[in-house]
Design a binder for this molecule. Structure first.
Ligand code: GDP
Length: 445
C-alpha cells in the first residue's frame, strides 16, 4: 500500500499571509475531490498566531486549534513542538461551539509532549519586554505578543517547564507548585531590579483560572498523538501541516532577536511530529503579493507612510491576536530567495490579490550591498533596496469580474519568472481573491 504524505503550508515572509484561509480552501478542495486530509497538524508556536477563517461572513479566529474546524472528519492535532495556554485553548473550544455550533472536542488530539504555558509565563514575557525597553529603548523591543510563548519554550529547553502529559500524572500539583514558586521568584527579580509592577490579585485569579482550564483539558485526548498520525500515514492517509508564524521569524534563520521562539520552517514538522523525511509531500509557501510585518526589527522593503496607510485600510492589516497595525512593504525578493533556499517550496499561493488600492505597485528586487546573493546577518544592515515599479489594479472586484485584470496577470507572471530563478522552481499554484474558502483562482494545477 502506498503511504500517505504530509503537505506543509507555511508562510515564507513574516506573518499574516492568510495561511488559515488557504488551509481552509485546500480542505474544501480536497473534500470536493473525495480525498480529504485525515488530520491537520499545528506543529510550532502557540496563541501568538491568529488564523482567520470566514463562514458566510462570520469571522472565526483560531489561535491554537488547527484551521480545520469546519471539516467534521478531520482530526485537529497539536504536536510536540507547540506551546499551549490552557485558559485560551479551552475558551477557543467554547467560542467555536458558541459561534458555529461545532463541538470540536472529540476531534482534538494533543501531544503529551506539547509544552504548557504556565500561568505566570505571560507576566514574565511582559516583564522581560519592559526590561529590554528600559535598557535599550523602545525601538529595541522584540515586540512579542505578551502571551508567554518565549518563556514556555525557554523553560522547556531548560527542562524546568511542564508538558501536557504532566497534567495526567499523580504528582502534577507538586510539579505545578514548584514551577509556580520558581517563576514567582523570577518575577520578584524584575520587580526589585527593574521596578516592574504587577498585581497580586491578578496573579491569584490567573492561577485559579489556569487550574480550572487544566481540569477541562483532562477530558480532551492527550497522549501519543504522533503515533496516531504516523499510523494514518502508514495506512495511506494524507496529513496537512499548518505553520503558525512566517519563516523570517524562525528562531535560527530569522532576523534574530526579532523572531519568535520556535522553528517556523516547514522541515520543523519532522521533529515536532516525529516522522522521517520520507513522508514530506508538497511544501506550499503562502504569501501575500505585498509584505506585512509586526513587532520589532528592520523591514527593508517598507512603503512610505501614505501608501502604508492605504494598504492597512484596504487590506485590514491589523493583527488578529494583538490588534496592532501591521507595517506594510513591497514583496521582497531577497527575503523570498533566502527563505526558498531554506525551505524548498514546491508550490506558491499568492493571497490578497483582490486588495490593491494604488495605481502603481512595487517589487523589492534586491539589496544593493548584497548583490552576490548572500543574506545579511541583521536586516538593519541593509542600506539600499532596489524597487521595480509595475502598474497596479485598483478598483478590481473579483465578485463582479472574476477574470484576473491584465496588470495583476503581469505582476504574477513577473513572480513566476522569479520563481524560475530559484533552486526549487516552485509552481505558482493558486491566487487567493477574497477571505472566504471559495474565493480562489487556480492558476496552475
Ligand atoms: P494567517 O495568520 O497567515 O492565517 O493570516 P491572518 O489570519 O492573520 O491574516 C490574514 C487576513 O487576510 C485574514 O483576515 C484573512 O481573512 C484575510 N485574507 C486571507 N486571504 C485573503 C484574500 O485573498 N483576500 C482578502 N481580501 N483577504 C484575505
Amino acid at each position: 500500500m502506498q503511504k500517505g504524505k504530509i503537505d506543509i503550508f507555511y508562510g515564507p515572509c513574516w506573518c499574516d499571509e492568510g495561511k488559515g484561509k488557504i488551509v481552509d480552501s485546500a480542505l474544501y478542495k480536497r473534500g470536493q475531490e473525495g480525498n480529504q486530509y485525515k488530520a491537520v497538524v499545528r506543529f510550532q508556536g502557540g496563541p501568538n498566531a491568529g488564523h482567520t477563517l470566514y463562514r458566510a461572513g462570520v469571522k472565526c479566529v483560531l489561535h491554537q486549534i488547527p484551521s480545520a474546524v469546519f471539516y467534521p472528519d478531520v482530526l485537529l492535532v497539536s504536536s510536540s513542538g507547540v506551546v499551549i495556554d490552557p485558559i485560551l485553548y479551552v475558551s477557543e473550544v467554547a467560542e467555536i461551539q458558541e459561534n458555529f455550533s461545532i463541538d470540536v472536542a472529540p476531534r482534538l488530539r494533543i501531544s503529551h509532549r506539547a509544552k504548557l504555558i504556565s500561568p505566570l509565563a505571560p507576566l514574565l514575557d511582559r516583564a522581560e519586554e519592559s526590561r529590554r525597553t528600559g535598557v535599550r529603548g523602545d525601538t529595541n523591543k522584540v515586540g512579542t505578543t505578551g502571551k508567554g510563548i518565549g518563556v514556555a519554550y525557554a523553560s522547556d529547553r531548560a527542562r524546568t517547564g511542564m508538558r501536557l502529559g504532566d497534567i495526567l500524572a499523580p504528582d502534577f500539583m507538586e510539579k505545578f507548585e514548584t514551577l509556580f514558586a520558581f517563576e514567582k521568584m523570577h518575577l520578584a527579580f524584575h520587580v526589585e531590579k527593574f521596578a516592574y509592577e504587577y498585581n497580586e490579585e491578578e496573579i491569584a485569579i490567573r492561577k485559579q483560572k489556569w487550574l480550572e482550564a487544566i481540569e477541562v483539558m483532562r477530558a480532551y485526548m492527550i497522549g501519543d498523538v504522533e503515533h496516531e498520525v504516523r499510523t494514518i500515514l502508514r495506512e495511506g492517509g494524507d496529513v496537512l501541516a499548518e505553520g503558525a508564524q512566517g519563516s523570517m521569524l524562525d528562531i535560527d534563520h530569522g532576523d534574530y532577536p526579532y523572531v519568535t521562539s520556535s522553528s517556523t520552517l516547514p522541515q520543523e514538522i519532522l521533529l515536532s511530529l516525529g516522522v522521517g523525511p520520507e513522508y514530506i509531500g508538497e511544501r506550499i509557501a503562502i504569501m501575500k503579493w505585498y509584505n506585512t510585518k509586526v513587532g520589532g526589527g528592520a523591514f527593508p522593503s517598507r512603503m512610505d507612510a501614505e501608501l502604508e496607510k492605504k494598504f492597512q485600510e484596504a487590506g485590514g492589516e491589523f493583527g488578529a491576536t494583538t490588534g496592532r497595525p501591521r507595517m506594510c512593504g513591497w514583496l521582497d525578493l531577497a527575503v523570498l530567495r533566502y527563505v526558498f533556499d531554506l525551505s524548498s517550496p514546491t508550490k506558491v499561493v499568492v493571497t490578497k490579490a483582490d486588495i490593491c488600492a494604488v495605481d502603481e505597485v512595487g517589487i523589492a528586487t534586491g539589496y544593493t550591498e548584497y548583490a552576490d546573493g548572500s543574506f545579511p546577518y541583521a536586516l538593519a544592515d541593509v542600506q539600499d533596496v532596489a524597487v521595480e515599479k509595475m502598474p497596479g489594479w485598483p478598483g478590481w472586484n473579483p465578485k463582479e469580474s472574476p477574470e484576473l485584470p491584465p496588470a495583476l496577470r503581469a505582476y504574477l507572471e513577473r513572480l513566476e519568472a522569479f520563481f524560475q530563478t530559484c533552486d526549487s522552481k516552485p509552481l505558482l499554484y493558486a491566487v487567493s481573491i477574497g477571505p472566504e474558502h471559495e474565493d480562489m483562482y487556480y492558476w496552475k494545477n
